[in-house]
Each structure stands twice: as C-alpha cells, then as structure tokens.
Unconditional design. Structure first.
Length: 74
C-alpha cells in the first residue's frame, strides 16, 4: 500500500515537473508582455492556471483514493 502511494506520488511529481518546464519555456518564448492570442485565455482563464490544475488533480486523486479504500474495506 505504501509503495503504491510512493509510486503514485512520484508519477504526479514527474508530471508536475514536465508541465512546469513546458510552461516556463512557453513564457520565455514570448517576446512581448502581451498575449499573442488573448481569445484563448479569455475562454479558459482558470484552466491555464497551474494552481487550479494542481487543486483539481489533487482533489481528483483524493476522491479516487477514498473510493479505493471504501471498496477495499467494505
């Protein structure tokens, strides 16, 4: 059980690292301080924020874990 949680944590950390590097490269690639295509960020202002993505993924993983425990010990 503990090993599974450690592996899951490492996978989440690896995904977060790759996503952070990708966002950093995108920000460095921009030459101006304004967005080139503001319509995309106007449509999805919260989905482009990594903090909200972390909350969504964290709570989703927590719900899956609770469901797993409920099925295992019921």
């Amino acid at each position: 059980m503990v090993v599974t949680l450690i592996i899951a944590g490492l996978i989440v950390a690896l995904i977060a690292l790759v996503y952070t590097v990708k966002v950093g490269k995108t920000i460095n690639a921009q030459k101006s301080e304004y967005d080139h295509n503001p319509k995309i960020s106007e449509k999805h202002p919260f989905l482009l924020n990594p903090v909200f993505l972390a909350y969504i993924l964290g709570f989703g993983a927590l719900l899956i874990f609770i469901f797993f425990l409920a099925m295992r010990y019921y």
